[in-house]
Design a protein around this ligand. Structure first.
Ligand code: NDP
Length: 248
């Protein structure tokens, strides 16, 4: 088995389910020690046990990315307890789809504070050390929704647009220091993401769309992340857009 990430340390946010969990597994299988952060501690403990049994170095972190101090602490503990930080996967996110008319603006605050500010806090906490060491990967999980706006997804679209803009600007800032910034943009992936939608019509509509196709599995996106971070140092895969073949 190829272990291209042997000796590397990764931190994955939103690792308690879906794409984040699959990514933590893929990075650990590739040889990385992995810090896994999220709010649901029971899920993290189960994943920790699984990764440890497979021989990986693991650190479970109680992490709410909307809390800047918690983001700083997660990065500091990863460096202290796993010996460094080479790969940050900013995956934590919420997709509270719904129309603008009649929206509960609490949905908007949750999306902006998690998908945008949370990703920025984590990046800010990690980036100085990466620039100092002259290497590192920041992989930001955006979405097809960061490239194509649709009716009923306005604030989610806006949050992922923000991720794409921030990522490209940061890329220009740090790439010549040896730090790579990448976007992974999934189409529909079968995960728990739609469970949290509060507008009933929006929830029904997205579920109907996904039921009519063969969606991606979380592991399909984990492979894309692994591809990005296992390139040789002179190769920066800046953007990967992965849709289900059945998605228009
Ligand atoms: P899941 O709902 O399965 O996973 C979301 C993860 O984010 C969970 O681990 C959750 O953990 C974590 N999370 C949510 N809020 C916070 C927070 N405040 N602090 C820390 N962690 C948080 O969905 P996916 O795996 O599908 O989503 C992962 C990413 O992929 C998101 O950024 C999403 O936008 C993106 N994406 C998903 C697509 C899909 O079709 N599924 C398509 C395109 C992009 P916990 O609740 O334990 O904190």
């Amino acid at each position: 088995v190829a272990r291209p990430l042997s000796g590397k340390v990764a931190l994955v946010t939103g690792a308690s389910s879906g794409i984040g969990e699959a990514t933590a597994v893929a990075l650990a299988e590739a040889g990385a020690a992995v810090a896994i952060g999220a709010r649901r501690r029971d899920r993290l403990d189960a994943l920790s046990a699984k990764l440890r049994d497979a021989g990986a170095g693991v650190l479970a972190l109680d992490l709410d990315v909307t809390d800047e101090a918690a983001c700083r602490d997660a990065v500091a503990r990863t460096r202290q307890e796993l010996g460094g930080l080479d790969v940050l996967v900013n995956n934590a996110g919420v997709m509270l789809l719904g129309t603008v008319v009649g929206a509960d603006t609490e949905d908007w605050r949750r999306m902006v504070s998690t998908n945008v500010l949370g990703l920025m806090y984590m990046t800010h906490a990690a980036i100085d050390g990466m620039v100092e060491q002259g290497s590192g990967d920041v992989v930001n999980v955006s979405s097809v929704a960061g490239r194509t706006a649709r009716r009923g997804a306005g604030v989610y679209n806006a949050s992922k647009w923000a991720v794409n803009a921030f990522s490209e600007s940061l890329r220009q800032e740090v790439t010549t220091a040896g730090v790579r910034v990448s976007l992974v943009e999934p189409g529909a992936v079968a995960t728990e993401l739609t469970d949290h939608i509060t507008q009933p019509e929006a929830k029904a509509a997205i579920r109907e769309t996904v039921a009519g196709m063969r969606p991606l599995q979380a592991e399909d996106i984990a492979r894309a992340v692994l591809y990005v971070v296992s390139q040789p140092p002179h190769v920066a895969v800046n953007e990967v857009l992965v849709r289900p073949t059945d998605q228009e």
